[in-house]
Each structure stands twice: as C-alpha cells, then as structure tokens.
Design a protein around this ligand. Sequence first.
Ligand code: DQA
Length: 142
Amino acid sequence: MKKILVINGPNLNLLGLREPAIYGNRDFKALEAFILENGLDLGLQIELFQSNHEGAIVDKIQQAYGVFDGIVINPAAYTHTSVAILDALKGVAIPTVEVHLSDVDSREEFRRHSFVSLYASKVIKGKGFDGYREALEYFSGK
Ligand code: DQA
C-alpha cells in the first residue's frame, strides 16, 4: 500500500471561517475527513499534516524521506514565497502533487507564481476539495 503524506500550509486550518466566497463554507475538519475517505477509497495510506510555520513544513518534508511514496501539498501562502519548501522537496526527491483550493491564476498577480511548481509533477488549481481527490488519484493510478 502506497504511503502518501498530505501537507496543508498556513491558514488552511481556518477553512470555513476564512474568506468563504473564495474557499467555501466547509471547515478544515471536513477537508481532512474528505482526504482520509478518498485515500481509503483509493487504497492509499494517508498521513495528514498541517502547519502555519514554514520551518515545521520543511522539517516534515525532510522526515518524509524513506517513509512516504508521495506528497500532496497545498503550501498556501508559502507557495508564492518559499524557496525553503521547494528546496526540501527537491532534496528528498519524493514525487509531489501541488494542490490549491482556489484558482490562483484568476486572483491577484502575486498568486500566479509558485516556487513549489518548479518541482511538482502535477499542479491542481481551483477544484476545491475535489482537487485533493485528483491529487490522490495521481498516486493510486485510478
Ligand atoms: C491557496 C492559494 C494561496 O494563494 C493562498 O495563500 C492560500 C490558499 C489555495 O488553496 O487556494 O492560503 O493555496
């Protein structure tokens, strides 16, 4: 069974409360339940991790080396700023899919650039929770 680490970055824990017109009304617990349900359905072993701290995300990626077969990451605001997260992903060289709930290309100009996209095998934008399902499907081959 493939082991997949799902990382959610800063402020995603505020889902439901946070800009519902952009991110929807469902909360972070619902997102985590959705990811676990879909992982089970696709025959994947899932570990969930959320942090508001860049260094904690870097540490988690480093610890994933030799443990996980794939990473699904929504780096949130760090998408657009973090060379450290990009370097950590390149360092461990674990296949990675980048997910964004919103369509980052149709929002502010600064959201159009992603450091993580320079490494990710696939980038999914603007599909809400379903984007995480699509990312997991990439690893399950379904
Ligand atoms: C986000 C998009 C980012 O630009 C933003 O900073 C987030 C969430 C998304 O899921 O749409 O926090 O990654």
